[in-house]
Design a protein around this ligand. Structure first.
Ligand code: SF4
Length: 388
């Protein structure tokens, strides 16, 4: 079937795209056609007036890791002189700085550190819960949960239950990258399998934890691989929503960063142009994801890797959320991204200039009281003075 017929049919009926249809659209459809369709779908699902954002802080509590992902410039192996693990006091100080700017959650992730037992994690979460009761604690990723399980001999489900009991609010979707066995084996041979990532996420959702689905692409994988990643996420979402009434809040995709890491160095040269993704490929990915995920409410624009201008364009082609302030970030930035923090003003400015009203949210996507933006679209769009 042609891309045009698929898109016309999908637009008029709203029928779910099959993976085969999504591959044809991704490969053949003009960018503007899928962006227009994705924008229409975003309006159906989220309206056309507001774009949300989150005031949060990333905290990377340890850089010790045994997984050695080839695209990662952040981790250091056990025994390395640059190792660090932050104390409760150091982390609490960072949370205080977040509280001072009106933040509502921390996203705390780190390496798979074999030196840390379950007590480290429960003490940390309990202390932060007590010291900062208004801040949501979205912490760790499925591979860290697997690591804790291996070190302690406690099942991943029980680890999650213990952490939830200590005050953990959500399990962020880090470490998904590409949920396709061959691609994952090539870039992260020691990382848990795609099936494991999905299993730990399903367990988190069964416990009512807040979760999101991520996707790093641009490892040289095929379009079919990219759609296979989305298919697996969509399938789990169907299952979790029907079984637990709880699933991924959002889908967040960004291209792999290739500076300062083994993967970038190894592939520099003849393959280099095929790796990562430029703005148009990223916008295509975002538009296809909006069309494909009829069961995930929110699609996030990723400014840390693509820049605020491209993220702004994503808001007009399927995305309805501008991400978060982050305040600091050490994992993606170690691979070459320079901008690792955005102020609330900057996010609001991007949103207003795209033609939307900015709205603060929390990590459950509940709307919060929002300060008025400094940027006023009416001023920007004012007609030129009469003397001109
Ligand atoms: S991406 Fe995460 S799991 Fe992989 S090496 Fe880096 S810190 Fe470790």
């Amino acid at each position: 079937m042609s891309w045009r017929k698929i898109l016309d049919n999908h637009t008029s009926t709203g029928d779910r795209l099959t993976p085969e249809e999504a591959v044809i659209l991704y490969r053949d459809a003009p960018l503007q056609s899928i962006r227009r369709a994705a924008n229409a779908r975003r309006i159906q699902m989220n309206g056309n007036e507001e774009v949300t954002y989150l005031i949060d802080r990333n905290i990377n509590y340890t850089n010790v890791c045994t997984i050695n992902c080839q695209f990662c410039s952040f981790y250091r192996p056990p025994g390395h002189e640059e190792n660090y693990t932050q104390t409760v006091e150091e982390i609490s100080q960072r949370v205080k700085e977040l509280e001072q700017i009106g933040g509502s959650r921390i996203l705390m992730q780190g390496g798979v550190n074999p030196e840390l037992g379950i007590d480290f994690y429960t003490d940390l979460i309990k202390s932060l819960r007590k010291l900062h009761p208004s801040i949501d604690l979205d912490c760790f990723s499925p591979i860290e949960i697997e690591g804790i399980s291996e070190v302690t001999g406690i099942s991943t489900l029980d680890v999650l239950e213990i952490l939830k009991g200590s005050g953990m609010h959500g399990l962020p979707g880090g470490g998904a990258e590409m949920l396709v066995d061959d691609v994952r084996k090539n870039v992260s041979p020691k990382k848990g399998s795609p099936a494991n990532w999905l299993k730990v996420m399903a367990e988190a959702q069964s416990l009512g934890l807040i979760t999101s689905a991520t996707n790093v692409f641009g490892f040289g994988e095929s379009i079919g691989d990219r759609i296979e990643h989305m298919r697996r996420v969509r399938k789990l979402q169907d299952e979790s929503l029907s079984q637990y009434g709880n699933g991924f809040t959002s889908f967040v995709a960004w291209p792999v960063q290739l500076e300062n890491n083994v993967y970038g160095r190894r592939n520099r040269g003849r393959n280099r142009l095929e790796l990562g993704a430029g703005p148009s490929e990223y916008l295509r990915h975002i538009a296809i994801s909006r069309l494909f995920f009829d069961n995930i409410d929110h699609i996030q624009a990723s400014w840390p890797t693509m820049g605020l201008s491209v993220a702004q364009m994503a808001l007009l082609g399927g995305a309805d959320d501008a991400g978060s302030t982050m305040m600091e970030e050490n994992v993606v930035s170690a691979s070459g991204t320079e901008k690792i923090s955005a102020s609330e003003n900057e996010l609001q400015d991007v949103i207003v200039r795209a033609g939307f009203k900015p709205r603060r949210r929390n990590s459950r996507y509940e709307l919060l009281e929002t300060p008025s933006p400094n940027t006023n679209l009416e001023d920007l769009a004012a007609p030129p003075p009469s003397q001109f």
